[in-house]
Design a protein around this ligand. Sequence first.
Ligand SMILES: [Zn+2]
Length: 160
Amino acid sequence: MGDTLDLLFDLTPPTQEQMRELVADLSQDERRLLLEHGEEAPFCGVFLDEKRKGLYTCRLCGLPLFKAVSKFESGTGWPSFTAPVARSHLRRVQDTRYGMTRTEIVCARCGAHQGHVFPDGPPPTGERFCINSGSLAFTPNGQPLPNKLGRGDPEGEPVD
Ligand SMILES: [Zn+2]
């Protein structure tokens, strides 16, 4: 993954027009998941067994959120990561729904719901990012990153 961490991504939120276009691309299930704080059933997400190297990006706006090397088998049935690509790429929101206090994770750029973070992860961070497969897209090493907002390099450029 080399220097991916050092790449600078434009975190300016999508315009209303861009948001409308991105949302128009989503299925009903994806809308529920990404925009209405949905949660997918465990052990059915498409990325649960994904083992290739690469980058996981926000399904809605294409911002890289997690490196494949930070993915681990948590046994929970959801893709789990120990750390984000960059802290600035995720926003933490207190979530008190269902009578629990949890920390919700949303994409820092477009606000799409990703999952939750828990303080019971493995070293070195001790954090467990529990993410819905449907909130993510995957770019294997060597393939170009999504460029959904037309921002250009490093978006649209191959991951190496
Ligand atoms: Zn996003």
